[in-house]
Design a protein around this ligand. Sequence first.
Ligand SMILES: Cc1cc2nc3c(=O)[nH]c(=O)nc-3n(C[C@H](O)[C@H](O)[C@H](O)COP(=O)(O)O)c2cc1C
Length: 352
Amino acid sequence: MKTKLTELLGIKHPIMLAGMNWITEPGLVAAVSNAGGLGILATGHLTAEGTREQIREIKKLTDKPFGINQALVQVKSKDNIQVAIEEKVPVINYTLGKPWFIDKVHSYGGKVIGTVALVKHAVKAEQLGCDIVSVTGHEAAAHGADATSLVLIPMVASSVKIPIIAAGGFYDGRGLAAAIVLGADGISMGTRFIVSKESIVHDRFKQLIIQASEQDTIYSNRFDGMPGRALKSDGALAMVKSKGLPLIGGISGVFHVKKMLRLSWWDVMSTALSKKTADYGSWGARSIFDQLRFAGGAIGQEAAIYKGDEKLGFMWAGQSIGGINEVLTASEIIEGIVSEAEKVLKIKASAS
Ligand SMILES: Cc1cc2nc3c(=O)[nH]c(=O)nc-3n(C[C@H](O)[C@H](O)[C@H](O)COP(=O)(O)O)c2cc1C
């Protein structure tokens, strides 16, 4: 299926694997790229050395284009982006922050995708020189803002000229067709690929998603200090209902993240005090308690992904969980979506 996006990136199908920390590791990234989509390695939970190792692992598994995803508000994000540039990764996808690396990526022929959730940020991303903008609707897993994909995509399409990837709520061919009709050039999916055969997510959480309806997500800032959408697991409900300050979970989270990213105490303190901001509509500066929630959230996510622990675990998930009913390979997911979208678009075209 050809669009402006497939042409620009040299991929077969206009489907991107959304970056998901811990989950979009080399196996899943390569599976999506080999199936003709664009696999994205999330690097927010990795050190610079880990990022390099995983990029090299992907290069062994596929010769197709792939990318990395990094939130720029995160501590050490610069180091991970620098490694990706040294490794000439074809696509750098950033979120939450100002990209300082666009010229460097362009100098080796790479492309930059800015992920945004507001129309004004899409315009800014284009002005800064991004090649593509990925637009996240309210339906999405994790950090969508207030506007839904239905509202956001046409407004962004009227505001920018660069190709648009629609994210948030997409799981089938009707969604891909709708995104294209609304003005996008492709879709990005997170939740759909969590439930793929290649995904390392614990089977218990895959089954929870399969059993869930569209009502079974919670949108709250209690998970990591930013408004985000997660599966309504026992662990997620406990985080939302907990009263008071996130001191105990947050402090153990700080030790956990410090070890995971091999941070010094200086890194930890300067991050806690920096109150880095990312304008997400209703969300402004991050207080020290938001930072603690962010750190505590890492423990909950790992408990869900690796152990399938419903009591402690929380997992980002979008409203599309209601439409996901089976575990398929990445290739089956992509082929199924593309052929359904082509059929739907043909029927609509011949009816008019
Ligand atoms: C488990 C999980 C983890 C995620 N982690 C990240 C991340 O590390 N960085 C990021 O930019 N987005 C992250 N997201 C959001 C996705 O990149 C994407 O915006 C979202 O999944 C799209 O909506 P959908 O789930 O309806 O497909 C995550 C989503 C999920 C489901």
